[in-house]
Write a protein of this length. Structure first.
Length: 211
């Protein structure tokens, strides 16, 4: 078992990536920059005079096909791959400078972000982490989907999916989320879709940047 990370962690040097937005199809460039202890993950729209949007549940605006943040009318879309990588790699503080409204899709997985952050290097600070404790089970169910969160001393993930398609079918994963486990088992998982849904989704203004 990996040691519990009791102190906040930040990156040591700036790293960059560029690509297109999955839904918008616009070219976008991000630059991840070290931030002081206690900052959290903060997006900065470099095309809007570095307007800041903290990665907080308070700013979650839309979650249909992507997790989007909005503050004072300024949108940052498709944050889920990058934010899951920050959390699972144990990074508490960073500025994410982004020059458009959507985080780039890259290859559709979290793996390129893992490689970016490893290249940046990690450094623990002297500030102790604060944890949010789950006191009782919370569950939601609908349209054949279910998610539940239950109290635990560790962050453990159990996933089961089924798609009626020969390339997907039944898949299951059970793991304790740690930087090494995430990088090896979860980060390579890629966003996918089905061809019959393409026209409908594009008519909805989605997946304009998908191949």
């Amino acid at each position: 078992m990996e040691p519990v990370l009791r102190f906040e962690t930040t990156i040591m040097r700036a790293v960059e990536a560029s690509g297109v937005g999955l839904h918008s199809g616009v070219p976008v460039r991000i630059r991840v920059v070290p931030a002081p202890p206690g900052t959290g993950i903060v997006f900065r729209r470099s095309d809007l005079e570095m307007f800041e949007g903290p990665a907080s549940w308070k700013h979650v605006q839309r979650v249909s096909y992507a997790t989007s943040l909005m503050r004072q009318g300024v949108l940052i879309s498709t944050t889920e791959h990058l934010l899951s990588t920050f959390y699972s790699m144990g990074i508490d503080n960073a500025y994410v400078e982004i020059d458009n409204l959507e985080v780039p899709i890259l290859d559709g997985s979290g793996q390129p972000f893992v490689e970016m952050l490893r290249a940046a290097g990690l450094r623990q600070t002297r500030r102790k982490r604060r944890y949010l404790a789950i006191r009782r089970e919370v569950a939601l169910e609908g349209n054949g989907k279910r998610i539940s969160i239950v109290p635990s001393e560790r962050f453990e993930l159990s996933c089961h999916v089924y798609f009626n398609h020969p390339m997907v079918g039944h898949q299951s994963l059970r793991m304790e989320v740690s930087p090494d486990n995430y990088a090896r088992e979860l980060a390579p998982a890629r966003t996918f879709g089905f061809a019959p849904e393409l026209d409908q989704m594009r008519n909805m203004g989605l997946i304009r940047g998908a191949s």
